[in-house]
Design a binder for this molecule. Structure first.
Ligand SMILES: Cc1cc2nc3c(=O)[nH]c(=O)nc-3n(C[C@H](O)[C@H](O)[C@H](O)COP(=O)(O)OP(=O)(O)OC[C@H]3O[C@@H](n4cnc5c(N)ncnc54)[C@H](O)[C@@H]3O)c2cc1C
Length: 461
C-alpha cells in the first residue's frame, strides 16, 4: 500500500512534525549512498527512540509499507537505498553514547553515533574499540553493525561482529527484542546477535548496541615499502606471519591505484608494482622489536624505499596514501563498478594477476587495493558510461572476477555487504539450499517483506 495523508498524520502524532519529512528537497538528501545511485524515498523520518520506531513499524506492517534503515550513507553496496520507495528511517537523532563502562569494558550506544565520535570518546578514557572503517567521519555504528564492517585492523583484531555483546532491535511487525548484554559469555538460545550483525538492515532495525572495549594499545609502529613484484610482496607478507608476528594492519595498493593517489594528492611515490604498509601495535618494546624484524624482511625481499615512521605525524602520512585510494580513483571521473572480494590471504597475488589478465585488451581500466593482511581486496573497474561496449565489458568482467574468487575458495564480499550491487551474483557463491535457508530466515523475521526490500536477494535494475 502507498503512504497516504492519514498514515502521515499518524507519523506526525508519533514522531512530532519536526521528525517527518515529505518535501522533495529534503528527500533528496536521503536518496543516495557511496555507490552514487539514487532512489527517492516517499518519506523520511528521524525518530528519537526505539518506542517511536516500534509504533511506526506497527503501522508500516499493517499497511505493507516498505521501510529502509539508513545510517551515514557511506555503504558501497547500496544497502541503505530505498529502491522501492516508502519510508527511510534515519538515525541522525539517535546518536547518544549512553554509557562507557570502564569497569566491565563495555559501552552502550545508539545506532546513529558516528564512528569517529565513538572512537574519540573511548580513546579519551584510555579505551579502544577496534572496528573503525576508513569512512569513520561519516559512517554510523548502526551501519557498521548492519554491514559487519571490516577495517584495516581486522587482521589482528577481527571484525565488527567480534565486538558486539548485545543488541536491541525493532522487528518489522513493531515488536522490540533484546539479546545479550554486558556478558562476555552468553549462550542462551540461538545466537541472534550474530544473525543481526551483517544482516544489512533486512531482518530488524537495530536501536541499541552493547559493545566490548579493549584497553588502548600504548604504542604503534608503521612501516611502508614498495615492491616490483606482487608475488614477492605476498611472500614478504607470509613471512611476517611465519615469524609469528600478527601485525595490526597490512595494506596494499597496485600501480594504477598508486598513480591515482599521486595525481590526487599531488605527491610522487616510488616507481613500483605495489605498495605494502604494515603496522604493529602493543607495548613499546614489542612494537620496536617487531618493527625491526619487519624492516629486515622488507629488505630481505628486495623492497625499495622502506621507511619506518619516526613519529605519529609520519605514520599518518603513510596512512593518508592508503586512505585516499578510494577518493583518488573516484577523482578520475570515470564510472565505476566496485567489488569487495576476499580470497585466502596467500592467494591474493595470484588473484590480482588474474584480475589484470582478464582485463587485458578490454577498453577498461582496473585498479586494486585493500587489506593484504586478510586477503580482502577492493577491485575498481573504471569505464565510460557513455560507451555501451565498455559498460557491457565492465559487467562481464565483474562476474568473471566473482567466479574466479569463489574458485580460489574466496567470497564475493568481505566487508561491504551484498546490498543491491552484489545481489545478482549471490548464486555464484551460494547454492540453492543455502539461498533457500537465507530466504526462510528473512521470512521468519519479516513475513511481509517490508524491511529493506530488494537487498541481498533478487535485485534487478
Ligand atoms: C571512503 C569510504 C571508506 C570505506 N571504508 C570501509 C572500510 O574500511 N571497511 C568497511 O567495512 N567498509 C568501508 N566502507 C563502506 C561503509 O562505510 C561501511 O559499510 C559502513 O559500515 C556503512 O555505514 P553507514 O552508517 O554509512 O551505513 P549506510 O550506508 O547508511 O547503511 C548500510 C547498511 O546498514 C543498514 N543500517 C543502517 N543503520 C541501521 C540500523 N540502525 N538498523 C538496521 N540496519 C541499519 C542499512 O539499511 C544498509 O543496509 C567505506 C566507504 C567509504 C565511502
Amino acid at each position: 500500500m502507498k503512504l497516504n495523508s492519514e498514515i502521515i498524520e499518524k507519523f506526525y502524532n508519533i514522531l512530532g512534525k519536526e521528525n517527518v519529512f515529505t518535501d522533495r528537497e529534503t528527500l533528496k538528501h536521503f536518496d543516495y549512498d557511496a555507490t552514487e545511485r539514487h532512489f527517492l524515498p516517499d518519506i523520511v523520518i528521524t525518530p528519537e527512540n526505539s518506542k517511536q520506531i516500534s509504533e511506526v513499524m506497527k503501522i508500516c506492517y499493517e499497511n505493507e509499507i516498505y521501510v529502509t534503515p539508513q545510517g551515514g550513507k557511506t555503504g558501497l553496496s547500496g544497502g541503505c537505498l530505498p529502491v522501492k520507495g516508502g519510508v527511510v528511517i534515519s538515525f541522525k537523532k539517535m546518536n547518544k553514547i549512553i554509557e562507557i563502562d570502564d569497569k566491565n569494558l563495555t559501552a552502550i550506544i545508539e545506532p546513529g553515533v558516528i564512528s569517529a565520535d565513538f572512537q574519540k570518546a573511548v580513546k579519551e578514557k584510555g579505551l579502544f574499540f577496534p572496528p573503525d572503517p576508513s569512512s569513520t567521519v561519516e559512517s554510523t555504528i548502526g551501519g557498521n553493525v548492519a554491514e559487519n564492517a571490516g577495517y584495516t585492523r581486522a587482521v589482528k583484531y577481527g571484525v565488527t561482529k567480534d565486538y558486539i555483546l548485545g543488541i536491541e532491535a525493532v522487528l518489522p511487525n513493531g515488536k522490540i527484542v533484546k539479546f545479550g548484554g554486558k556478558n562476555i559469555k552468553d549462550v542462551t538460545g540461538y545466537d541472534v546477535i550474530r544473525l543481526l550483525v551483517g544482516s544489512e538492515g533486512t531482518l530488524a532495525i537495530i536501536t541499541k548496541i552493547i559493545v566490548k572495549l579493549l584497553p588502548l594499545p600504548e604504542y604503534r609502529k608503521t612501516l611502508i615499502g614498495y615492491f616490483d613484484n606482487m608475488k614477492v610482496a605476498a611472500d614478504f607478507v607470509a613471512n611476517i606471519f611465519q615469524h609469528r608476528i600478527i601485525p595490526t594492519a597490512i595494506e596494499f595498493m597496485d600501480k594504477i591505484t598508486m598513480n591515482a593517489v599521486e595525481n590526487y594528492l599531488n605527491i610522487k611515490l616510488p616507481e613500483a608494482e605495489t605498495m605494502i604498509l604494515v603496522e604493529v601495535d602493543g607495548n613499546k618494546a614489542s612494537c620496536e622489536e617487531d618493527a625491526e624484524k619487519i624492516f629486515s624482511l622488507y629488505k630481505k625481499f628486495g623492497a625499495k624505499d622502506v621507511k619506518v615512521a619516526k613519529d605519529e605525524k609520519e605514520a599518518d602520512r603513510f596512512w593518508t596514501i592508503r586512505r585516499e585510494a578510494l577518493p583518488s580513483l573516484k577523482a578520475k571521473g570515470l564510472d565505476q563498478l566496485e567489488a569487495d572480494i576476499v580470497v585466502p590471504r596467500y592467494f591474493l597475488p595470484d588473484f590480482v594477476e588474474k584480475i589484470h589478465k582478464l582485463a587485458e585488451n578490454q577498453p577498461i581500466e582496473v585498479a586494486t587495493y585493500g587489506h593484504a593482511g586478510d586477503g580482502n581486496l577492493h577491485v575498481t573497474i573504471m569505464y565510460h558510461k557513455s560507451s555501451f561496449d565498455e559498460l557491457v565489458s565492465a559487467n562481464e568482467l565483474l562476474k568473471k572476477y566473482y567466479i574466479e574468487a569463489v574458485k580460489l575458495g574466496g567470497s564475493i564480499s568481505g566487508e561491504h555487504g551484498i546490498g543491491i550491487t552484489a545481489a545478482p551474483y549471490l548464486n555464484i557463491q551460494l547454492g540453492e539450499n543455502e539461498i533457500e535457508l537465507l530466504k526462510k530466515i528473512k521470512k521468519a523475521f519479516d513475513e511481509k517483506g517490508i524491511l529493506n526490500p530488494g537487498k541481498i536477494f533478487d535485485y534487478e535494475e
